[in-house]
Design a protein around this ligand. Structure first.
Ligand SMILES: Nc1ncnc2c1ncn2[C@@H]1O[C@H](COP(=O)(O)OP(=O)(O)OP(=O)(O)O)[C@@H](O)[C@H]1O
Length: 730
């Protein structure tokens, strides 16, 4: 596989075990599945995609470009002599890129990818070549990383210290534990191999630890903490044992100008229809709902902030949740995506804090927040933080955010300046509690947003750790609030551990129901035709902001690359991208510079992006709850949206049954063929724990009535085997 190997030589910044300086070439071969051997195949293919998307590859003394000649394999030869620039070789059909007479075979004649991806036979360095790298400024410490980023994440010339967060993604490349075998087989060179640089393809703990890694920069910040276990959901490698790279990314500061702080988008034509949705409150002695903000008896500053945010009317979840929270009750609330759950908990919490005269205390070594909010993804927790800033504006209450993938020193400095509301992802929160930077003595409110996700297998252990942390008030002595659009019964049961026995359960509409403002279309498209169909749809929608969901991180990059080649301005977000890149991707998507965002499930929940008009499930998710969250990125706050899902009968049949139910419940057209598949498939073992059962009731009633809602397709899941997805989210 490798001949004349000179270890640690580089190919375009990639350590290439087979690089020979004499011939400036490396020997490698491409197998039938398009796995490139000899230079860490998966990583290599990822690099190609990466450079194609980010287009910052340059060639220098220690760099070379590679081509893979499909006709000459195995083995194929890659060399500087016959190489076209990388950005131009991807996607060819085993021949000459774009008609040029080069021996470059391209990388596209695999079983699934490639043949159809080659209209131009060319990936050019275009719109995304620099990604405006200066948008977010790093601090001094991360100078070298800045260089890394400008160049697209890799540095030529040897093992650079100070890679910092670098291309941490490689560390986990190939760790797609949940990637389905069938998909792997048809996915050509992307996703069939495990491992990679610093990868630990094992369990989720290792995933987090080995995570972004393999490199250790000289300027690493060694951080003590709870040790390995706690990192499993964090997804960055500020590891407790100092083995991971330092994370140096400092996010841009939040806006200070009032106009930006209170920026919001318009409610849609269906906003008033929220009033017609049935709301059910279960539990003892619930306080009555309020109909207007005035009835909530909020202090003038908060009222003013609410008005500036553009809220005139309460949404149903707010009508019920605000008085419940203000009455000091624990709450589990389930309401459709985009219907204002964030404000439903922030407003009453802030109302209490303002009433109690809470003020931030600066420069205390250990901050004691009154409220902790946790959410499963970095972008979501940041969004919640920005919302809390709106409502707290002009008061002495200080919200702070901290999440993985960002420099801890920066977060700590923010916290030290005073912290009343701490918005955090779980790994980072546990770290700070473990390091006694955050104390829990004053904690009154614990909020789990996307609570079903926070309690499932992925984050559940972290949440348990959190509630048993030293100083954590018992559930009797704190107020615990849980919000989501989906609440599988098993998760509801688990939630009991966190909530007082007499908690209230508010259900707006149906638990797990899709937002009825989203027009859902299911298309039967087989694996091989998906890309063509995607391009057809995107070409027909012009500049409409569209999110395209795929199943794996690698595929996200691949599809983004492919769309770029098709001249569709696209960016991507997934857990193998650096945090800086993730935020840039969102920035470009939000601003409309890249109207298409290819995403994994990391972007499925909570993200509130204005004007997302279309969600495309290129791959259907494996659970119906995930489907509901994904399509909920559009049709928010009374606006209408569209969701199109590609259904491949070979792999998606198990979700047919719950899908039919979701469509029917949302008064959507159910294709006859889908109903037929649903009838024959049964959905066993695939759907969410609730299978095809859509409880519109509090699961406590279910126990009392001894009903069994797992018949007919629940698949016998228990809470502990609700799968953690492909992503490490936190
Ligand atoms: N009462 C209101 N009036 C007008 N706009 C509102 C109101 N409440 C919330 N919004 C806006 O609606 C949008 C969706 O709210 P939010 O993100 O809280 O939804 P969500 O229910 O948490 O959705 P998801 O389930 O996807 O997390 C936000 O832009 C928010 O500012």
């Amino acid at each position: 596989m490798t001949t004349g190997a000179v270890p640690r030589a580089e190919v375009a910044g990639l350590l290439c075990p087979s690089f020979s300086p004499a011939s400036k070439s490396c020997i490698c071969y491409v197998d039938g599945g398009l796995n490139v051997h000899g230079i860490e195949g998966d990583i290599f293919s990822y690099l190609i995609q990466y450079y194609t998307i980010h287009g910052s590859l340059s060639t220098g003394a220690n760099e070379t470009s590679c081509n893979f000649n499909q006709n000459a394999i195995p083995p194929g030869r890659c060399s500087t002599e016959n190489a076209a620039p990388w950005g131009r070789t991807f996607g060819g059909v085993g021949g000459k890129p774009n008609g040029e007479d080069k021996p470059a075979g391209g990388f596209g004649s695999g079983r699934t990818f490639g043949n159809r991806a080659t209209s131009g036979n060319r990936f050019e360095e275009r719109k995304f070549s620099s990604f405006d790298r200066e948008v977010v400024d790093d601090d001094q410490e991360s100078q070298s990383n800045r260089e890394v980023s400008r160049r697209g994440g890799m540095i030529a010339g040897g093992n650079r210290d100070g890679r910092g967060s670098g291309r941490g993604g490689f560390g986990r490349f190939g760790n797609d534990e949940t990637e389905k075998q069938d998909r792997r087989q048809t996915f050509g060179g992307f996703g069939s191999k495990r491992g990679g640089f610093g990868a630990s393809s094992g369990d989720s703990q290792n995933r987090g630890r080995g995570g972004r890694g393999g490199y250790k920069g000289s300027n690493e910040e060694v951080i003590g903490g709870f040790g390995r276990g706690m990192w499993k959901s964090d997804g960055d490698s500020e590891a407790g044992d100092g083995a991971g790279p330092k994370v140096t990314y400092v996010p841009p500061p939040p806006p200070e100008e009032e106009e930006a702080i209170f920026a919001h988008y318009q409610t849609g034509i269906n906003f008033d229809k929220y009033d017609n949705i049935l709301v059910e409150v279960s539990g003892h002695d619930p306080p009555p709902a309020i109909l207007t903000f005035e009835e909530a008896n909020l202090c003038p500053t908060l009222m003013k902030n609410i008005a500036r945010t553009g809220y005139l009317k309460l949404t149903p979840v707010q009508k019920y949740s605000i008085p419940i929270i203000m009455a000091g009750r624990d709450l589990m609330a389930c309401a459709q995506t985009g219907s204002g759950k964030t404000a439903a908990f922030l407003i009453p919490i802030l109302a209490h804090m303002m009433r109690d005269g809470v003020t931030a205390t600066q420069f205390e070594q250990q901050q004691q927040p009154e409220c902790i909010i946790v959410a499963p993804t970095r972008e979501l927790i940041n969004q919640i933080f920005l919302e809390s800033r709106k409502f707290a504006h002009g008061t002495c209450i200080r919200p702070v955010v901290t999440y993985g993938g960002t420099q801890t020193g920066h977060s700590l400095r923010q916290i030290m300046q005073g912290c009343n509301i701490l918005c955090a992802t779980p790994g980072r929160l546990l770290d700070f509690i473990g390091r006694e930077k955050i104390g829990l003595r004053k904690l009154q409110y614990l909020v789990l947003d996307e609570a079903d996700r926070m309690l499932d297998m992925g984050f559940g252990p972290d949440m348990k750790k959190l509630i048993s942390s030293p100083g954590m008030p018992s559930k009797e002595n704190r107020q615990t609030l849980m919000f989501s659009a989906t609440f599988p019964e098993e998760i509801q049961r688990l939630a009991g551990e966190f909530l007082k026995a007499e908690y209230l359960f508010v259900v707006v509409g149906q638990v797990g129901g899709a937002c009825s403002d989203v027009q859902q279309t299911i298309l039967k498209v087989n694996q091989y035709d998906k890309r063509e169909k995607l391009v057809e749809i995107l070409n027909g929608t012009g500049d409409k902001r569209t999110m395209v969901f795929v199943e794996t991180k690698k595929k996200a990059d691949f599809i983004a690359t492919f769309l770029c080649q098709e001249n569709i301005a696209t960016t991507s977000i997934h857990g193998d991208r650096e945090q800086r890149e993730r935020e840039e991707a969102l920035y470009y998507f939000r601003s409309g510079k890249c109207p298409v965002l290819v995403a994994t499930s990391v972007a499925a929940r909570g993200l509130d992006i204005e004007n997302v008009q279309h969600v495309i499930n290129f791959d259907l998710p494996s659970t119906i709850d995930e489907y509901v969250h994904r399509i909920g990125r559009t049709g928010r706050c009374g606006n209408i949206g569209k969701a199109t899902s590609f259904f491949d009968a070979n792999s998606d049949s198990p979700i047919a049954q719950p899908l039919v139910k979701v469509l029917a419940d949302a008064q959507q057209e159910v294709p006859v063929w889908l109903e037929e598949i649903a009838c024959t498939s049964g959905g066993i073992g695939f759907s969410s724990p609730r299978g095809n059962m859509f409880a519109s009731v509090d699961s406590r009633k279910v126990y009392h009535g001894k009903e069994n809602h797992h018949s007919g397709g629940g698949g016998g899941f228990t809470a502990s085997n609700i799968s953690a997805p492909d992503e490490s989210w936190d």
